[in-house]
Design a protein around this ligand. Structure first.
Ligand SMILES: [Zn+2]
Length: 412
């Protein structure tokens, strides 16, 4: 199978990894923004076979396990959760290739449509990134840190070590279950299974520290700002704190986190003398923004509103002006859908704010119109609902809203 074919597909979970060489991810320092050359290399260089030192002896238990992983990857390529957008895949692949350095030809990147933060490495070079991570990152430097951390696990053979612990049949079955669910169902229903199986691959704290060190080295070598890693992990840690009665975030079930580890990441970033300052925010935005509405819809579909409210609020704080209306609308959506206490009131407030901001979607006017109608402001309701129909004439509920307008005494 050629490298380009493997890399153009995206997939599912499974943490753990294999280092084909013991050398850290390295490469010639270059400008982070000079994309293209590494991607081209990845597409024209066939993936070499795994190094003999990493490949299990034929007929061994481990060989069987290895075969299972290869099968899992084949299934991933057929998964309905695969994000197949060519431009996004090319972008993420290019950043992964840079941080992977000379391991680039051995790594295949899969983006999977799951609205949580997660990234994982398999021993055979299968790097999986969940779409929820793309919503939560702010810039290319953060993406590079996450991918550099994962390729660091690969380079340091951490995943292979974890993989080799999987000696029992039940553990193997878990791997197959992941594949079956990933290839079949879709949506977020399978997350419980994924989380359970991923816990089999939990890294030690020392492994995390080493992966962070390798990730940092690669990020800095390519000119990205090292503090991005600390920014991202601090944000993820805040989100984790919203899940008191829920499972840990998926990323933390395989990459153990604590305040101490966050401090380690901050300290590691602080020790880099004269750090580069490129965050690559515009490049990241250009690649991910086309998916923003989809990512936000999937985020809310999880019905984990405390986390989503935090995630969207923090996105809003950091967003450029043109996204403020959209994100404010989705913050309103999160409160409306949760519907606890005075959530509906908060939702109405956010909808009203959204329509005064750039980038508000048509649905913001619909919500404002319905709220005004309920409050007895019929004139205000009419103008907002008319604006909604003007902006979204083909909306699924357009006929319903037109009837509403009829009851308000005027047709659009
Ligand atoms: Zn890790």
């Amino acid at each position: 199978m050629s490298c380009v074919r493997r890399l153009s597909l995206a997939g599912i979970v499974l943490a753990c990894s294999m280092g084909l060489h013991a050398t850290p991810a390295q490469s010639t320092p270059s400008t982070a923004g000079s994309t293209g050359s590494t991607a081209a290399t990845m597409q024209t260089t066939p993936a070499p076979p795994p190094a003999s030192s990493a490949q299990p002896a034929p007929g061994s238990d481990e060989a069987e396990l290895w075969y299972a992983m290869e099968r899992a990857e084949t299934e991933l390529k057929r998964s309905p959760l695969l994000v197949r957008d060519p431009a996004l895949n090319a972008y993420v692949r290019d950043v992964a290739c840079k941080v992977a350095g000379d391991q680039c030809p051995n790594i295949r990147v899969y983006i999977m449509d799951v609205p949580q933060f997660n990234a994982s490495m398999a021993p055979n070079g299968m790097l999986v990134l969940w779409s929820g991570a793309l919503l939560r990152m702010r810039d290319e430097a953060e993406l590079a840190f996450v991918l550099g951390h994962e390729t660091g696990h690969f380079t340091a053979r951490h995943s292979l070590q974890q993989w080799r612990k999987l000696k029992t049949a039940s553990a193997w079955m878990s791997v197959f279950q992941i594949v079956a669910y990933g290839a079949g169902a879709g949506g977020v229903a399978q997350l419980g299974t994924l989380a359970g199986a991923a816990a089999l691959f939990k890294y030690s704290r020392d492994m995390e520290r080493e992966a962070d060190r390798l990730g940092f080295a690669s990020v800095v070598a390519h000119g990205w700002a090292p503090q991005a890693g600390a920014d991202l992990w601090a944000r993820m840690w805040r989100e984790e704190q919203t899940r008191k009665y829920d499972r840990p975030l998926q990323i933390f079930s395989t990459h153990p986190a604590s305040q101490e580890r966050l401090d380690d990441i901050k300290a590691a970033a602080a020790t880099i003398a004269d750090p580069p300052t490129d965050f690559g925010r515009e490049r990241y935005r250009a690649a991910v923004h086309p998916l923003l509405v989809k990512l936000l819809d999937e985020e809310l579909a999880q019905r984990r509103y405390a986390g989503s409210i935090l995630v969207i609020s923090e996105l809003l704080d950091d967003a450029p002006a043109e996204d403020k209306g959209l994100l404010t609308f989705y913050l309103g959506e999160a409160y409306r859908r949760r519907g606890l206490g005075d959530d509906r009131k908060k939702a109405s407030t956010y909808y009203a704010q959204a329509i005064a901001l750039p980038g508000a979607p048509p649905a913001a006017w619909r919500e404002v119109g319905l709220a005004r109608r309920n409050a007895g402001d019929l004139t205000g309701a009419r103008s907002a609902l008319q604006r909604y129909l003007a902006d979204a004439p083909a909306a699924e509920d357009a006929a319903f809203i037109r009837r509403d307008l009829d009851t308000l005494g005027e047709t659009p």
